[in-house]
Design a protein around this ligand. Structure first.
Ligand code: ADP
Ligand code: MG
Length: 472
């Protein structure tokens, strides 16, 4: 337990001694939780300073919790035009899309097909997986009667950790999300895809760019809005990429023709953030202890789990769901409470908090008193407020790195269901911008930008194709 947490707990235990009712004890514990999870302005500022120093180290190629992966491509100008393809390998689905860019900041998806990836393809050999991907592309080309005599530029959105070597090459660092296909780790996934296309006699495709969801989101935002220079994901995980001046990216040694390059921060791994006793439990129980500290405090994959851990502790201390002997058993299993549940709880604005009541009824706890339902909703808000606040602090850090005085307006393209659907998440972020920046907070526009991994990736293909064959 961190020293400060311990001090607070001690205070609570002293207070508790004089308290007769469990209701009073519970009130006191909640104010303890409030303090524990609140991030003061001073702490936010320290977070931002720490973020800058990790960015600096990462950009130079030194050891850092921020990987700062160069993407070898710049933001679009908005004048890119033509037909491009995107191949989106996210988790359980594979999507193939054709996107038309009109050269005037507008784009349309002209064709799309979603394929389910069978488990045996995910967990067999790399050859089996990539042959399946090529097969799906083949079906797509046939379905939409695409002209196989043409040459289509395609961007591959590959949402797994990759060390990029160029705009169209990158080695898989490790599989995640249940994929285990052999012979892929450490290899260039674009080479594997190219070989599969060749094996399957598909000749009309240029593998033009390798992208991830943050880069696609920035591209989709930047195509419509020239002020967009930061792309952020707040969904299952959290990450961001931004536009960096090439002179500041010391780790790029190869030739690059341009003044700016997109850099993928991999910010979920930022470790300069104060953690509570509960964050430590979550980390220890996770599959990757010691890593992804920021992601574990901010993203959808973990928020619900953190709430579950706190809730279980409250139940064990007899501070909530008292007189309900089965309550503990409902929350002992990992992920038995999710971010979606939290989102539903916070979205329950009805006077009786009926949605919360029905959640517990379904768990076999029929009579949760109103004041306890209110408390559990409050717990969710304590955790989601911190998540939104830290997300906003990370955004502020990157914006102030690019533009220290915030002299110009910045559009931040944000995608992810957490940002889109969690009640009050965006407002919580705006609140922190205001506290940190005062009136300058008005310079930041947060724009929900959908389909970075589809439309956005196709835009990246267009940018990369333009670099390959510049207009005379
Ligand atoms: P991904 O990040 O995998 O591309 P999404 O952006 O759709 O996918 O994010 C999915 C995550 O969003 C889920 O892991 C879940 O934690 C969270 N989530 C799902 N539904 C909601 C909701 N209604 N409100 C808030 N968060 C949600
Ligand atoms: Mg996504």
């Amino acid at each position: 337990m961190a020293e400060e947490d311990q001090e607070l707990l001690h205070l609570f235990l002293v207070m508790e001694k004089g308290m007769a009712s469990s209701r009073d004890r519970s009130e006191a514990f909640f104010s303890y939780l409030e303090k524990m999870f609140s991030v003061s302005l001073k702490e936010m500022e320290a977070f931002i300073n720490g973020f800058h120093s990790e960015m600096k180290k990462g950009l130079s190629g030194a050891e850092s919790s921020l990987k700062m992966i160069p993407c070898f491509v710049d933001r679009p100008t908005g004048s890119e035009r033509g037909d491009f393809l995107a191949l989106d390998l996210g988790g359980t689905n594979l999507r193939v899309l054709a996107v038309t860019l009109d050269g005037k900041r507008s784009s349309t998806i002209s064709a799309t097909h979603k394929f389910v990836i069978p488990k045996e393809k995910m967990q067999g050999t790399g050859v089996v997986l990539f042959d399946y991907i090529a097969h799906c592309i083949d079906l797509f080309l046939t379905e939409y009667q695409m002209d196989r005599g043409k040459n289509y530029d395609l961007a591959f959105t590959f949402s797994f950790p990759v060390e990029q070597m160029g705009v169209a090459s990158g080695n898989l660092i490790t599989w995640t999300k249940g994929f285990t296909a052999t012979g892929v780790r450490g290899r260039d996934v674009m080479v594997l895809l190219r070989e599969a296309l060749r094996r399957n006699h598909i000749q009309c495709i240029n593998l033009t760019a390798l992208a991830n969801d943050t880069v696609g989101t920035l591209a989709a935002g930047g195509y419509v809005d020239p002020a967009c220079d930061l792309g952020v994901i707040m969904g299952t995980g959290t990450n961001a990429c931004y536009r960096e001046r090439i002179g500041r990216i010391g780790r790029v040694k190869s030739a690059y023709d341009g003044e700016y390059m997109i850099v993928n921060l991999e910010w979920g791994n930022f470790d300069g953030v104060a953690r509570t006793f509960y964050d430590r439990i979550l980390d220890q129980n996770s599959v990757n202890p010691g890593a992804m500290y920021l992601e574990k405090m901010v993203s959808g994959m973990y928020l619900g789990e953190l709430a579950r851990i706190v809730l279980l502790d409250l139940i064990k201390r007899d501070l909530i769901l008292v007189n309900e002997p089965t309550a503990g058993a409902c929350f002992t299993e990992k992920r038995s409470f999710t971010t979606e549940d939290m989102s539903r709880f916070e979205g329950d604005t009805g006077e009786g908090l009926e949605k919360i009541a029905s959640f517990f009824r379904e768990k076999g706890i029929p009579k949760v008193p109103f004041h306890e339902r209110k408390k559990i909703k409050h717990l969710c808000s304590i955790l989601s407020r911190r998540a939104a606040g830290l997300g906003a602090a990370a955004i502020t850090a990157v914006l102030s790195w690019m533009d220290p005085q915030l002299d110009r307006g910045h559009t931040v393209a944000v995608d992810g269901t957490l940002f889109e659907k969690y009640p009050g998440f965006k407002a919580g972020m705006r609140h922190v911008f205001k506290s940190l920046l005062g009136d300058k907070a008005e310079k930041i526009a947060l724009v929900h930008t959908k389909d970075g991994s589809g439309k956005g990736a196709a835009i990246i293909a267009a940018v990369a194709a333009a670099v390959r064959s510049p207009k005379k």
